[in-house]
Design a protein around this ligand. Structure first.
Ligand SMILES: [Zn+2]
Length: 93
């Protein structure tokens, strides 16, 4: 029971952190993600790495299997949905 409470609190913190990062991200923009089949928010690779708590090279190595990449004007952006899914997955590992 206590675990569920703690988990819920952690999710709330994650969502709040995501909002903060997204708000200050210059790359924030909606784009069409074919993997999500929806318009989603994107974050810069560096912001995605900071959110997940890994290095940018880890994300590059993990690649498109887990992250939804989009290239725009030469900069790597990542679908925010895939970032949040990844945070979630890591929590349960
Ligand atoms: Zn996506």
């Amino acid at each position: 029971m206590g675990d569920t409470m703690r988990q819920r609190r952690r999710v709330a913190i994650t969502v709040e952190t995501s909002r903060l990062v997204v708000r200050r991200s210059m790359s924030q923009r909606h784009f069409w993600c074919a993997r999500c089949s929806a318009h989603v928010q994107s974050v810069a690779l560096e912001d995605a790495a900071a959110l997940i708590g890994v290095s940018t090279s880890t994300i590059s190595k993990t690649g498109a299997g887990e992250y939804h990449f989009v290239e725009e004007a030469g900069s790597a952006l990542i679908c925010l949905n895939s970032v949040i899914l990844s945070i979630d997955k890591r929590k349960h590992d």
